[in-house]
Design a protein around this ligand. Structure first.
Ligand code: FAD
Length: 328
């Protein structure tokens, strides 16, 4: 039996979705095997609610490590915590979210335990041989012009960070997990003292949770006020291509794609977006894609369920009027 460990990231005392996404996807990929999926739950305060979520999202075993120093993310403390667990468990694979925390923690930890790490993967596969369970982690390479599948055949655990929002969360009813408490003390103290916290006042939007996304690209750069009105009327969120973000029309947290966020909403409306691979790798798993573009050969039409070959500057105001009529 091989084991796949998944770091369960927490922020503001809450489990982040990426850990649950990784549990669910690993469970789906390995459902017909006897391999064990292990959730690594580092917390200052264990809750039954958290444990239940990890269990129903596919964890076969939950290792809970409670320490007051896990209250707020701290690079050295979390690295030490995971290192302690890894050194007493023979994990074959270790997965983390490719978030600010995962990107900080993953490389430091891989150096600490002398293994390899694939950063920012967007696809996971497992290959079972008699001796090993190989992780095949795929990520965009060479500026996103090709995808590279990376393996780490000689070291363990094989590590990867995976982008949030790539996989869906699934609930496996009646799934039960073995629960273990990890007791080793964290013998180091944080070198960071938090003097105060200030909440970022800009209205941060988690696009990965949006069901409807109204996205615009360079072709509709002047139409963002209309896109925002449509989003407001429909309960959607506005997103943008990098071309728009680079022009400071929209903030970086609205950028979809390889260097932005990965989204999979029920509906993604792409106006004036050409469909560069770096954009599409962040939205091509949306359930329905509606594309509006003047160019009939635009690549975005290759992934669109509904293709509107038209001037979006004319279509969008009409769309807004229609929605207003329906709502009144
Ligand atoms: P363009 O490619 O210029 O396309 C504009 C489109 O609008 C065209 O198809 C045109 O036909 C259409 N159009 C023009 N006028 C109208 C109109 N009136 N009505 C309807 N359609 C119209 N890009 C991202 O988006 N996200 C990323 O995360 C990202 N990461 C990158 C990472 C790297 C390493 C690199 C090298 C690039 C990255 N890019 C990313 C950039 C990407 O390659 C493209 O340059 C970018 O996505 C293009 O944005 P766009 O489609 O808005 O603009």
């Amino acid at each position: 039996m091989k084991s796949i460990a998944i770091f369960i990231e927490r922020r503001n005392q809450k489990i982040c979705s990426v850990g649950l996404e990784l549990l669910s996807e690993t469970k789906r990929l390995l459902k017909d095997s006897d391999n064990q999926i292990v959730a690594l739950y580092l917390t200052d305060k264990k809750t039954d609610e958290d444990i239940n979520r990890l269990e129903t999202c596919g964890a076969d075993k939950i290792i809970t490590y409670v320490d007051p120093q896990f209250q707020t993310y701290d690079t050295l403390i979390y690295t030490k915590g995971l290192e302690n667990i890894i050194k007493t468990n023979d994990f074959d694979v270790l997965l983390l979210g490719s978030t600010l925390i995962g990107r900080d923690l993953g490389p430091r930890l891989s150096a600490r335990v002398h293994t390899g790490l694939t950063a920012d993967a967007t696809l996971l596969e497992f290959e079972q041989t008699e001796e090993r369970l190989n992780l095949l982690a795929t990520r965009p390479a060479l500026g996103g012009n090709l995808f590279a599948t990376i393996i780490c055949p000689d070291h363990k655990p094989q590590m990867a960070t995976i982008r949030p929002g790539v996989f869906s969360i699934e609930v496996f009813d009646n799934h039960k997990a073995e629960k273990v408490i990890f007791e080793e003390k964290i013998l180091i103290k944080s070198k960071v003292e938090i003097l105060s916290k200030k909440v970022n006042e800009t209205a941060y939007v988690d696009l990965t949770k949006a069901k409807l996304i109204i996205a615009g690209g360079r072709g509709v750069a002047t139409m963002f006020p209309t896109l925002k009105e449509i989003a407001l009327l429909t309960g959607g969120e506005v997103a943008a291509s990098r071309a728009v973000v680079d022009q400071n029309i929209e903030p970086k947290d609205r950028q979809v794609g390889q260097t932005g966020v990965t989204v999979r909403p029920s509906v993604y409306v792409a106006s004036g977006i050409s469909g560069a691979i770096q954009h599409m790798s962040g939205m091509d798993k949306s359930e329905m894609i509606i594309a509006i573009n003047t160019d009939p050969n635009a690549l975005i039409f290759n992934v669109a369920d509904i293709s509107i070959i038209a001037d979006a500057n004319k279509v969008l105001p009409l769309l807004k009027e229609e929605i207003q009529l329906i709502k009144h």
